[in-house]
Design a protein around this ligand. Structure first.
Ligand code: AMP
Ligand code: MG
Length: 398
């Protein structure tokens, strides 16, 4: 049986980055950048005035002159004027510094009377104050963003400032989530006492959405070999990835592995030495589609989705691998060896700034209500049986 690390490695090796596409600047949020972004111009592109006030000569101010006839008013966006000796120019935040001016005095420090600005007698000023010098943030051509960056609000500002109306981003994978099981009934439909609510479909879809994968759809299939073959086949043709839930264990209605094989999906592995999620199955379609068949137990499904499906989709969209996080256990945990344990936890930060992992016991791998208070899970290595309180362990947030 594969270890957790081997399984992840094989999945990441099997999936390839999708080609890039151009999208409008406004549609880039949450997408993964597929291009390098260089500065269009120096930033700021000119000596930028940082206060509403007056622009004047520092030498005149240093020579104790305090009254300056107002030569003109220059607004933000106006071409820069040339300052006449002994004068000042009324100036607005964001305007280009007038030629010959090297001092800004804020409007709060002046009074205007008789066509002149009078600076408060006790006001002290420094040479070039409130002037944001051209190129002081970065020069033209500076590398601002690199491929693999997940685009957030501040990145959209950078893209806009670089003048990009259209941006190259990785194509979103089309992911089809397929739940299986005759016993399952969707929310909103009448349910018999012996039936079970279908929760994995909406939960997996929600997890994909939380991670920025919104190009997803959902289907629910009965445990019927012919129906499974027909519908999974159709989804396989149209999708970049399939996430199946249920039907991969050793029960008599667990047809999923056989059906996938019949559809030409090449099995890469079946079963991982982990709990929950031991029966997980992974393979690739003829076009390289990633096919994840997750055990149906709700805790197993969510853990396997976060542990294997999300990193695979990240790789397909060219996203940079985030660094592994860690946390210290707050109590002793013992776990049967030979399987890696994914233990659901809450994360709190201690008074000294450490991340602490508080184990939350799930009764069984079907006890998903307990998951709702958790932040993620920690990975307890298979070689070890006892993990003492304080042990530092790898942490994955949902
Ligand atoms: P399976 O992997 O199909 O044997 O399912 C294992 C357990 O998980 C069974 O108790 C199923 O009823 C339950 N289960 C499977 N799929 C779902 C689902 N989509 N939503 C909720 N429970 C499920
Ligand atoms: Mg089933």
């Amino acid at each position: 049986m594969l270890t957790v690390a081997e399984a992840k490695q094989r999945i990441l090796k099997a999936v390839q980055p999708l080609p890039a596409e151009q999208v409008a600047l406004e549609a880039t949020i949450g997408r993964t950048l597929a291009q390098t972004v260089l500065a269009e111009r120096d930033q700021p592109p000119f000596d930028r005035v940082m206060m509403d006030g007056i622009a004047l000569s520092y030498d005149a101010f240093a020579a104790l002159e305090r009254s300056f006839p107002i030569q003109a008013t220059q607004m933000a966006g106006d071409p820069p004027l040339t300052l006449e000796p002994g004068h000042c120019i009324e100036i607005m935040t964001g305007a280009a510094l007038p030629e010959g001016a090297d001092l800004i005095v804020p409007v709060e420090q002046i009074t205007v009377a008789g066509g002149a600005a009078h600076v408060q007698a006790n006001y002290m000023a420094e040479h070039r104050q409130f002037i944001h010098a051209r190129g002081s943030d970065h020069g033209q051509g500076a590398e601002l963003l690199r491929p693999g960056k997940r685009i957030r609000a501040a990145d959209v500002a950078v893209l806009a400032s670089a003048g990009l109306a259209d941006v190259s981003v990785a194509r979103q994978p089309l992911v089809t989530v397929i739940t299986t099981g005759d016993e399952l009934v969707r929310a909103g439909e009448t349910i018999e006492p012996q039936q079970i609510r279908m929760s994995n479909g909406p939960a997996v879809l929600a997890m994909l959405t939380e991670h920025g994968y919104t190009h997803c759809r959902l289907d629910h299939l009965r445990d019927d070999k012919a129906e499974l073959a027909a519908r999974i086949g159709a989804h396989l043709d149209e999708s970049d990835a399939l996430v199946l839930s249920g039907g991969v264990s050793k029960g008599k209605a667990d047809y999923v592995p056989d059906v996938l094989a019949e559809l030409g999906v090449t099995v890469d592995f079946h079963r991982i030495s982990q709990r929950p999620g031991k029966p997980m199955w992974f393979g690739t379609g003829t076009r390289g589609q990633a096919v994840f068949a997750l055990p149906g137990n709700p805790v197993s499904t969510l853990v396997c989705c976060r542990q294997y499906v999300i990193p695979a989709l990240d790789r397909m969209s060219g996203a940079a691998t985030p660094p592994q996080q860690f946390a210290n256990l707050t109590e002793d945990v013992s776990f049967k060896p030979e399987l890696t344990c994914f233990l659901p936890i809450r994360v709190v930060t201690s008074a000294t700034g450490q991340s602490l992992a508080l184990p939350v016991s799930t009764n069984t791998s079907g006890d998903f209500a307990a998951l709702s208070g958790t932040d993620g899970y920690v990975e307890l290595a298979l070689e070890q049986e006892l993990f003492a309180s304080g042990t530092t362990v790898p942490l994955t947030r949902w």
